[in-house]
Write a protein that binds this ligand. Sequence first.
Ligand code: 13P
Length: 259
Amino acid sequence: MKPKLIIGNWKMNTSFDEAQDLIIGIIEALESVTLETGVVLCPPALYLEIATDHADDSDLFNVGAQNCSEYDNGAYTGEISARMLASIGVDFCIVGHSERRKYFNESNETIAKKVNQLLQFGIVPVVCCGETREERKAGHHCEAVEKQLAEALFQLPKEHFEQAVIAYEPVWAIGTGETASPQQAQEMHAFIRNLIEKKFGTETAYNSYILYGGSCNAQNAVELFSQNDVDGGLIGGASLKADDFVAIIEAGETAIREN
Ligand code: 13P
């Protein structure tokens, strides 16, 4: 098994002081352990710069944004570009999260443009996909995910595709406490890896990171991360408490040791 990657998506949570305390709490816990697992913190945009400062000083984690503009620069009031993110040392950026698809009408086409922007500035796009409850009930979950990936990510040339990370987040599992079972996660992750293999070949498929997200916590993380095709997690609620988040990182280490 390759080393896991654990990304904390704080969403629209924390005050400035809380954000600082959380970063410091995570650093203090990680200082005493040697990790193979990669760790990325995605705080709200306003706190990215303090996060990158701490990341530079501690060398224990990388920093990701939660979104970026589809445009390069110019008159787009309120937007933050990939260029700006790169200029303060942001290394990752979540794109196409189901909350952005739902509340901000983000289409696969927009997501593809954001991916292009990020790659242009050397930022790793963490591209989210996942079916709704209705799609799963109808047995269309694989088709739904295939369409999202085909339109948002698979248009890339192989050398660019290889820079991206995929996060499978079933919409019905996000923030609900209803996690996908390890078997459901494995089935979808294997399906995604198979799509990658058909499009880009075996080596690219093997090396690709496919993370699971949706009510992942310290209790269920080891079993999820022990599945062959689950390369780590995109963690929401449980990334907002240092102890819980660090326990999930430790679950990543345990999964590698035991498999
Ligand atoms: P929860 O872990 O809170 O379910 O959120 C998952 C998520 O949306 C991460 O991006």
